[in-house]
Write a protein that binds this ligand. Structure first.
Ligand SMILES: [Fe+2]
Length: 196
């Protein structure tokens, strides 16, 4: 069976509040690299298996890299898909708002929990997940793209807090402003649609 090639997804990111177009354009270029590298790795790994080269040191390094590139592609798709210039108002998505209020004992607690996680020192991702076994919602910090994603959990709200997500228009010390800008553009209806 031929290896499936992924295509870059298109996102509706016109008119985001405060996050300028050149910031998004730069970030989409980085995303395109993850799509390309995921495709390249999948082809190379399949070729190595077929040619009897699985188990070599080169093969091991490609396998180690696969989770980084694959998750880098998927996490960026979830991130861009949960942003919209029309976003920022959780009242537009009452089901997810209620689920969050129940899970975190009120909206303000969740807001504080999520944004303080996003403000942690270091670069990575802050993600609100749903545990598909128990239904619980929880906020997690992901270091590298492949490192720390809880098994089988469903990502509901995905925030990129690598510095490349904001340093086209802000300084590295201005992450708090980026967190504010991200929250002003969260497409809560898209987040709600992910709820199972
Ligand atoms: Fe990113």
């Amino acid at each position: 069976m031929p290896v499936e090639h992924f295509q870059e997804k298109k996102f509706d990111l016109a008119d985001l509040k405060n996050i300028p177009e050149d910031q998004i354009a730069e970030h989409l270029t980085l995303y395109a690299g993850y799509v390309k590298n995921t495709n390249t790795l999948r082809v190379k790994i399949a070729e190595m298996v077929k040619s009897g080269n699985a188990g070599t040191p080169e093969y091991s390094e490609l396998i180690r890299r696969l989770g980084f590139e694959y998750n880098g592609m998927r996490l960026h798709e979830l991130y861009f898909d949960n942003l919209s210039g029309e976003g920022g108002n959780p009242d537009a998505a009452p089901n997810i708002k209620k689920a969050i209020e129940n899970a975190f004992d009120g909206w303000d607690n969740f807001q504080n929990h999520f944004t303080k996680t996003a403000a942690m020192r270091g670069v990575g991702w802050t993600i609100l997940f749903q545990d598909t076994v128990s239904g619980n919602l929880s906020v997690h910090w992901i270091n590298l793209h492949e490192d720390g994603n809880p098994v089988g959990f469903n990502p509901l709200l995905v925030m990129d807090v690598w510095e490349h997500a904001f340093t086209v228009y802000l300084k590295p010390t201005q992450r708090a402003k980026y967190i504010e800008d991200f929250c002003a553009n969260i497409d809560w209806e898209a987040v709600q649609a992910r709820l199972k």
